[in-house]
Design a protein. Structure first.
Length: 476
């Protein structure tokens, strides 16, 4: 019972008690006759009761009716709020299930939500999206058509409808819808081409991505946004690189090599281009030029990727002596010889030369002792030499550093991890961003002599990845 109701009942009981008390002590007075007319008299109590009822009854009835009305409205509002909350909960469950990959259950939740709110814009678009994920393309198209009819000025609904047709294989219809967007909403033409370019890059359709990039650049030029044009120029570096890779895959080594050289003139620290220039020289039969490209790449950037490629190449060619000589030459030429010495020690280990490996690594132990990979490799060398006690010590040192014994590569933009080096990060769409995880190695890039290099990303600067600040414009 509410406090107000309790006080009301208490007051009523008090009034009844008071009335009883007064009537008992004034019984004779109340029985007295009250004259209404010369020949009409009534008991005084009856007259008082009549006056009371005439004065209180209308106000009392009004008060009761108003109280009942307010109570009914409050109950109705609470019931409506519970219904709205249940509808919103259904929508949230649909969103969570879709994010969790349970598209079938998400579709059922969105269907229940739309039964209550058939014109909800977000509900229609999300329901159509999960239907598309379930490959129920015709139903998805119908839902998104309804959305465009109810919300005729929504570009987002048109985009969803275009994706439905693309998923169903009707690319021409999708293009017509994109054309409608550019015709009816001129300001959104750039968004159409940017979105399609992102989809082409995600699908690694580099030819289509390059074609769409030209259109995006044209829109940017017309807009006069210098900062946006600079970002497009950075992306062009990555797309030109992929065109070179495509030429290389088609055995057009000379054209690929020329393209990679042009990229390196613009940015000498573009590691993937330097790696692929070496591959192009190998394909063209120019081994010395390939080795020199990788050697120059290491001296320019300090990246261990070049050392690994040189080592692997000579091992594949069964020329270990040349590998040793090349690494020794880099030790002599490099401003910081820590990484070349480490790779030389690792090469000795791979060549079953444990004594030379141990001596080489011992010489740099004080400079790289915080690296778990160093301790792991040293443990393998001691194990191969039969010195199990020192091997155990090295393995323990490795585990103490990181509880991990193998090196990993990480994208500087989105922090995606890879077991080996990549020229392109598939997660965030960045070139020149994957490098050895120096944080894991407990040693800084500067200590290893690795230079900062620019990054080119295919994504907009949305702030999703905190590492996008590392991106740099190419040098002119």
């Amino acid at each position: 019972m509410r406090l107000r109701s309790f006080l009301g009942v208490l007051s009523a009981l008090a009034a009844v008690f008071l009335a009883y008390y007064l009537s008992e002590h004034n019984r004779e007075l109340l029985r007295a006759r009250f004259q209404l007319a010369p020949d009409i008299t009534v008991p005084l109590s009856g007259a008082l009761l009549t006056v009371f009822l005439l004065g209180f009854l209308p106000a009392g009835i009004t008060l009761v009716v108003e109280t009942l009305r307010r109570e009914l409205e409050a109950r109705r509002a609470r019931r409506q709020a519970r219904q709205e909350e249940a509808i919103e909960a259904t929508f949230r469950r649909g969103v969570d299930l879709a994010a969790d990959g349970q598209t079938g259950r998400a579709a059922a939740e969105f269907e229940a939500f739309l039964a209550a709110r058939p014109d909800d814009f977000q509900g229609l678009n999300l329901y159509g999206r999960v239907l598309r994920d379930l490959e129920r393309y015709d139903e998805a198209i119908e839902v998104h058509r309804r959305s465009t009819t109810i919300h005729p000025h929504s570009v987002a609904a048109l985009y969803e409808l275009a994706r439905d047709y693309t998923a169903r294989g009707n690319e021409e219809v999708a293009r017509e819808i994109h054309g409608r967007v550019m015709r009816d909403f001129p300001g959104f033409g750039l968004e159409v081409f940017s979105r399609r370019r992102s989809e082409a890059i995600a699908g690694r359709d580099w030819s289509e991505a390059a074609r769409l990039h030209e259109r995006v650049t044209q829109f940017r030029s017309e807009g006069g946004d210098a900062a946006a044009l600079a970002r497009e120029s950075n992306l062009a570096q990555g797309l030109d690189y992929q065109r070179g890779v495509l030429l290389l895959e088609q055995d057009q080594a000379e054209d690929a090599g020329a393209l990679f050289r042009r990229l390196l003139v613009r940015e000498p620290r573009f590691i993937p281009a330097r790696i692929m220039l070496g591959e192009a020289e190998l394909l063209a039969g120019h081994e010395e030029a390939a080795i020199e490209a990788w050697r120059a790449g290491y001296l320019e950037t300090g990246s261990p990727v070049f050392l690994a490629r040189i080592e692997d190449y000579f091992i594949e060619e069964e020329e270990p002596v040349r590998a040793i000589e090349t690494l020794r030459g880099l030790i002599a030429a490099a401003a910081n010889d820590l990484l070349p010495r480490f790779y030389l020690g690792r090469l000795y280990y791979r060549l079953e030369m444990p004594d030379e490996a141990a001596r080489t690594l011992a010489a740099i132990g004080g400079r790289i002792k915080s690296s778990p990979t160093f301790h792991y490799l040293l443990g393998r060398i001691h194990e191969r030499r039969g010195d199990l006690s020192r091997a155990v010590d090295s393995y323990v040192a490795c585990l103490q550093q990181l509880e991990l014994g193998t090196a990993e590569y990480v994208c500087r933009v989105c922090r995606e991890r890879y077991a080996d080096w990549r020229d392109f990060c598939a997660r965030c769409g960045s070139w020149n961003a994957v490098e050895l995880d120096f944080e894991e190695e407990r040693i800084s890039a500067a200590e290893l002599g690795v230079a900062d290099v620019p990054v080119w990303t295919s994504g907009e600067d949305s702030g999703e990845y905190p590492g996008t600040a590392v991106a740099a414009e190419p040098e002119s």
